[in-house]
Ligand binder design. Sequence first.
Ligand code: KG4
Ligand code: ZN
Length: 368
Amino acid sequence: MPLTDQTVPQVVLGLETSCDETAASVVRLDRDGAVTVLSSVVGSQIAAHAPFGGVVPEIAARAHVESIDAIARQALSEAGLGFEGLTGIAATAGPGLVGGVMVGLAFGKAVALARGLPLVAVNHLEGHAVSARLGADIPYPFLLLLVSGGHCQLLVVAGVGQCRRLGSTIDDAAGEAFDKIAKTLGLPYPGGPALEALAAGGDAARYPLPRMLLGRKDCDFSFSGLKTAAARIAEGLSDADERRDLAAAVQTAIAGQLAERSDRAMAAYAVAQEGRGLRFVVAGGVAANQAVRTKLAATAQARGFSFTAPPLAYCTDNAAMIALAGAERLALGISDSLDAPARPRWPLDAQAASANPTHVPGRKGAKA
Ligand code: KG4
Ligand code: ZN
């Protein structure tokens, strides 16, 4: 995406603290649109949360406080830069666990204030939306399947900050389904990668699972029926082969639903685009799953879409995607004030989220 604005190149320090990864990264965005990741450091808290089988918000917030300074310094040092080499700071401001979000955002504000740098308060989902652009040149607009632990949505990404939601989950996110089913199979947290490893070589046809929402005319998702069915089967399993085959069946069912709903969205998008510029992108933690990638790639190919998934390191949470989202905004002259709030809930398409609140069971409003 060539940029003509005077505000490039941008060299941005990104900070990500919305869940259980403390991450910092320096990314350069050049005038010709070329993106270079100068460093990307991810400090995982998996060991701290593993005994509890999931992320504990209080533990996460404390761990972010303890490590953000060292991780930001490491990102700068690996990039071979000091703060004076930066043109801006980008920090995740939500959605996510608010205690953690506040840590990264406050750190970013402090650096911005002390160094006189502009701040971008980045929507974490916008970070995922641009993450595939860290590895490939993908012009706007594109159709995006965002599949992570907290989100499962199909979006038309028309430009920086311009997202229109086509569909969303009516219960769990796909990553959440992976994690919960993995738990019933006795696998450690985080469940998605563990379930993928267990499923290798399994016979997915051994356990027929419900195909949720199949044939429905919208682009929504549902995983609760699959979760219940898988849990019921898991209870009666006795040997390793059975567990492997159930894992394979679950993975195939999730990949199948993601592909079926994406196929529907691609058909609608192709009409709206009059068959031109058909680009399909998948992003988020679940995009790291090979079965999911393979199934989506085949679906895109059959519909005449190009297919791009981020490099594996940028599927799960990282700060390079936050730095790039910030750099794209700064290149357009957009920044935020130092009183930008931390937002536990922050939908990418606010209009769709408030017009269709049945998609979000949360008490305090739309999550995504
Ligand atoms: O994007 P992410 O790091 O965090 C959120 O923003 O939610 O996504 C984490 C989710 C978890 O549910 C994790 O189990 C899932 O992505 N995940 C996977 C794989 N790697 C991560 N799910 C299936 N297969 C994988 N290989
Ligand atoms: Zn994420």
